[in-house]
Ligand binder design. Structure first.
Ligand code: COA
Length: 370
């Protein structure tokens, strides 16, 4: 038995949800480039769950269901008010989603119908939970979700309590579409491993959120924003990045396990970052990002991934950086739940082996003789 570090190149399951072939990402056979410019996030969630784009009636029904589930239990809000204000936002999200199961009387119902319903509920409730975390951190009351508006619009509305403008809604919708699924990424794998024991969907999503939190995965977008803040101006990019490279530090938002010639999602976020900067009359973050990209690409041969330009996009949308990774979860919960449904369809326990490298032939001796 020989271990493959990080399971690189290991094909661990079959899946018909999303694929990455020759650097092209597709959801159910639709190129992400096509969906990013044309689709509403709700259509993409339906596509991931049910394998086809919804017709007008199905989309209307899904939107109504999402609206009807969007409020979170008062008991959960009361609990969340007790979370320390300085607690990490991903820790708060992980705790709140785990607690959500306590208030769902079909949490352990393993029928397909109940699991589909729970997938829709989780998709509806995650934006409300993240917005609630954001409001409570600022000492503000949570804003109740609105009826009859898109997830993108509702989320931005619940953050500020104000009507978001059409450009912000469009940009945020596109960011949600681009983050919705990504084959067997670390958090999706964590979700599938958890539910493959026939544990429930809430446990699967809680595991996924734990995996997403790390800076090598979803946590990278917050780390990019921190880096941009630390650099502060275009003039400081050269010296800051040179020092990081000399110290052999990783530059967050670059590199990818699967894409070696560039992440197909990054160009959409780059365009969005430039457009939002121009609209806001301040392209500093965008200009800094482009200069960082030039340096890292020429000196390290690494390309930006989905997290690099999403940082400046969210900043331009006026969102605080501690929410960037939770926002990733607001989108990716669509993919996680689709993968969980797929896992349940043809389940087998996921239990690989380890190549043992520890000592052998040890003999027990009592503590006083050690
Ligand atoms: N900055 C600097 N060097 C990097 C790098 C980065 N962001 N990403 C990879 N490298 C270098 C590694 O140091 C390594 O160099 P070495 O062979 O000289 O040691 C080489 O490229 C391979 O990287 P490795 O970390 O082994 O690749 P991986 O497939 O295990 O990891 C990532 C992939 C995404 C975890 C990795 O590229 C990374 O840490 N990126 C930054 C975090 C990030 O943006 N994550 C979000 C991913 S969507």
């Amino acid at each position: 038995m020989t271990a493959t570090k990080g399971l690189e190149g290991i094909v661990a399951t079959t899946s018909s949800i999303s694929s990455i072939v020759d650097g092209v990402l597709t959801y159910r056979g639709y190129d992400i480039d096509d969906l990013a410019v044309n689709a509403a996030f709700e259509e993409v969630a339906f596509l991931l769950w049910f394998g086809k784009l919804p017709d007008a009636g199905e989309l209307e029904q899904l939107r109504a269901e999402l609206s009807s589930y969007a409020a979170i239990p008062d008991e959960l809000i009361a609990q969340m008010k007790l979370y320390p204000k300085e607690a990490g936002t991903m820790a708060a999200l992980r705790s709140a989603v785990s607690a959500l199961a306590l208030y769902d009387n079909e949490a352990d119902d393993m029928s397909r119908e109940a699991n589909e319903r729970k997938a829709i509920k989780l998709q509806a409730q995650l934006p409300t939970i993240v917005a609630t975390i954001a409001r409570l951190r600022q000492g503000l009351d949570p804003v109740q979700p609105k009826e009859g508006v898109s997830i993108a619009e509702n989320f931005l509305y619940m953050l500020s309590g104000k009507e978001p403008d059409a450009i912000a809604i469009k940009a945020f919708n596109q960011a949600l579409v681009l983050h919705a699924d990504h084959e067997l990424n670390a958090s999706t794998f964590a979700a599938r491993v958890t539910v493959a024991t026939l544990s429930d969907i809430y446990s699967g999503i809680t595991s996924a959120i734990g995996a997403l939190k790390g800076p090598l995965h979803g946590g990278a977008n917050e780390a990019v924003a921190k880096m941009l803040d630390e650099i502060g101006s275009l003039e400081r990019v050269e010296s800051y990045i040179t020092e990081k490279l000399n110290n052999r530090d990783k530059i967050m938002g670059f590199g990818h396990r699967v894409y070696k010639n560039g992440d197909p999602r990054a160009k959409h976020l780059q365009k969005m970052s430039r457009e939002l900067g121009e609209l806001n009359g301040n392209t500093t973050q965008y200009d800094m990002s482009v200069q960082i990209e030039d340096m890292i690409t020429s000196r390290k041969g690494l390309k930006p991934n989905v997290d690099f330009y999403s940082a400046s996009v969210y900043t331009q949308l006026g969102i605080e950086r501690e929410l960037f990774t939770p926002i990733f979860a607001v989108s990716r919960v669509s993919g996680w739940t689709a993968h969980i449904l797929e896992q349940f369809e043809d389940n087998r326990l996921i239990r690989p082996r380890a190549e043992y490298t520890g000592p052998t032939n040890q003999k027990y001796v009592t503590p006083d003789q050690r």
